[in-house]
Design a protein around this ligand. Structure first.
Ligand SMILES: *Cc1c(COP(=O)(O)O)cnc(C)c1O
Length: 226
């Protein structure tokens, strides 16, 4: 039997997702350097993340600070160019760890958190980039600033000198996401923010069509979460 390189399923998935991103980037006349793929590795073991790293992936997303620390302190030591994106709700008592471990935080969703982040960034001399999370469907159970409050919140964060780069959203489950993506893009534009963190496994092609610059893809790369 002839030898051939057997790819791990994670690496095959990454290749497929990258091709889909490239195809949609072309289709919608976007510039490929503006679109970043975050591989969302929450609940998955470090071993799975290493398969993705070996396939060239560098941006990873986690939603819990404790889990992020456990996996990414050693991973970042081994692979210093790996970037960690914190995409889940951030509790006040986890802010110091979040600033220490993250390169980007996508879930800035309240004034108190903005104040704590500003203080902690000053203390650590470290400035992870920040996305403001918008509760785009105005769902009571979801975190985020409402669309109507977003302009004032952006001003509040800018007065604190926080490195706000864009807006993030998770549209309502099982609804057509396109109008929500379009609304997030409009809000970002109105507030002079360049980056849009939107689109997951099910809907990232639509998010790219509507201006996403960071797509957060988990299960389509790492498989279903149990
Ligand atoms: C889990 C998660 C994702 C990835 O979801 P998939 O459907 O597995 O791609 C993206 N964004 C956030 C905020 C998440 O919590």
């Amino acid at each position: 039997m002839s030898e051939r390189t057997v790819l791990n399923p994670i690496q095959e998935n990454l290749t497929r997702i990258r091709a889909e991103i490239a195809e949609n980037t072309r289709l919608w006349g976007r510039d490929s350097k503006d679109i970043h793929l975050i591989a969302v590795s929450k609940t998955k073991p470090a071993e799975d993340i290493e398969y993705a790293i070996k396939a060239g992936q560098r941006d990873f997303g986690e939603n819990r600070v404790q889990e992020a620390l456990e996996k990414f302190v050693p991973l970042k030591r081994a692979y210093p160019d790996v970037r960690l994106h914190l995409i889940g709700p951030l509790q006040s008592n986890k802010v110091a760890d979040a600033v220490a471990i993250s390169d980007v935080i996508h879930s800035l969703d309240r004034e108190k958190l903005a104040l704590l982040l500003a203080a902690e960034m000053k203390k650590q001399g470290k400035q992870p980039k920040l996305f403001i999370q918008v509760n785009i469907g105005e769902e009571p159970q979801k975190a985020g600033i409402t669309p109507i409050e977003t302009p004032n919140f952006v001003v509040f964060c800018r007065k604190l000198d926080l490195p706000i780069v864009g807006l993030m959203c998770i549209p309502p489950h099982q609804e057509e996401p396109a109008p929500y993506f379009a609304l997030l893009a409009k809000l970002a534009k109105e507030n002079n923010l360049l980056e849009l963190s939107m689109g997951m496994s099910e809907d990232f092609p639509k998010a790219i069509a509507l201006g996403a610059t960071y797509v957060r893809v988990g299960s389509a790369i790492f498989g279903a979460r149990t």
